[in-house]
Design a protein around this ligand. Structure first.
Ligand code: TXA
Ligand code: MG
Length: 321
């Protein structure tokens, strides 16, 4: 029997009893639990097979609930929340003592956001506690953008996925932190770097493991399909150099008509970066299910959400050229 359900009261019951469920947000589906239940949070790490040093994002529904978990909002954080919350922006802020160490990976900061999905907000309002939720995929796999993706990953491990349809944004939230007056972007996501800079001026991009070895958990290999993926500048030559391989292609807007390319996913025929972002993970899930030798992907235009998508493709790739 399917674990996908629209029953919010059932979700409330399970979460209030210390259970873990899949739930929708506007970015990707999350694997959610009560931040105050150590056992439930522990279970998230087990289900995802995620290293304990990689902290979780806390989801709240309003500023009052926010004040329960963070000590204060710097001015620039305030500017960003006024513009982007509810929405796909996660802030790293000083945490209160109420936030258990297991949620924050023993740090004195916590990652937090108010999501924009109506069902996520309805669920959060019905609960008496915030939800910690990483993306609902096994560690290092592609994030889920539909309830079915979550069910396929975890049907034997969780009792329920709350159905909220396809995610509107399709890639994870943008993660922003503060050091003194400096604004640091730890993860490129659904809000572009340009949009963040419009609000707070210039930011520093700290999204590579080598730029910050111990924190946060931006592992260089991430978001990977099980089929090998090659990110190449010249798809045509690469495909011609592998004449006997069965290849599937991931393209921005144009088809790739070659004999050994047996399937092509086009992200946006109108070359719209937002539409492409919405469809990226769905396309990767689909390509990963085909009987092929490898996926060939092309780099997207390096601006706006194109940068966030290139970041994910680079982490998914076996070889990048
Ligand atoms: O869109 C999203 O953000 C989704 C939905 C479900 O909200 N969640 C998500 O969570 O992508 P997750 O766990 O897959 O990614 C959380 C990232 C990790 O890279 C983690 O290292 C970082 O946030 N992070 C969490 N707490 C942090 C902290 N205190 N300091 C620095 N980085 C932190
Ligand atoms: Mg994730």
């Amino acid at each position: 029997m399917s674990i996908v359900s629209s029953d919010i009261s059932k979700a409330v019951r399970i979460l209030s009893n210390g259970g873990v469920i899949g739930f929708p947000t506007e970015t990707v589906y999350g694997l959610a639990a009560n931040i105050y239940s150590e056992e439930a949070i522990q279970r998230i790490f087990e289900i995802k097979q995620r290293p304990a040093c990689n902290p979780l994002i806390v989801h709240v529904h309003d500023p009052v609930q926010l004040s329960e978990i963070v000590t204060d909002l710097p001015d620039k954080a305030q500017a960003l929340t006024s513009r982007f919350w509810p929405g796909p922006l996660t802030l790293i802020l000083k945490k209160t003592d109420a936030v258990p160490a297991i949620v924050s990976g023993q740090r004195d900061t916590v990652a937090v956001r108010i999501p924009r999905h109506p069902i996520a907000l309805e669920l959060l309002r019905a609960l008496e506690f915030p939800l910690a939720a990483p993306s609902a995929n096994p560690f290092n796999r592609i994030s889920p953008t539909s309830a079915l993706h979550v069910e396929n990953y975890f049907q034997d491990l969780i009792p329920m996925v709350l159905d909220g349809g396809e995610c509107e944004k399709g890639i994870e939230s943008t993660i922003v932190g503060f050091e003194g007056d400096e604004v640091l972007v730890y993860r490129l996501g659904s809000i572009s770097l340009e949009q963040v800079e419009q609000e707070v001026g210039q930011v520093s991009l700290k999204n590579r493991q080598d730029s910050r070895p111990t924190a946060p958990g931006m592992f260089s290999k991430h978001y990977a399909p099980s089929t090998p993926l090659y990110l190449v500048a010249d798809m045509e030559t690469f495909a011609q150099d592998h004449p006997s391989a069965r290849i599937a292609a991931l393209r921005f807007s144009e088809p790739l008509n070659l004999k050994n390319v047996c399937h092509t996913e086009i992200l946006s025929s109108g070359a719209d970066l937002e539409e492409a972002a919405t469809r990226l993970y769905g396309a990767l899930h689909l390509l990963d299910s085909l009987d092929i030798d490898f996926i060939l992907a092309e780099r997207l235009p390096d601006k706006g959400l194109g940068r966030s998508m290139n970041d994910r493709l680079e982490r998914a790739a076996k070889q990048s050229a």
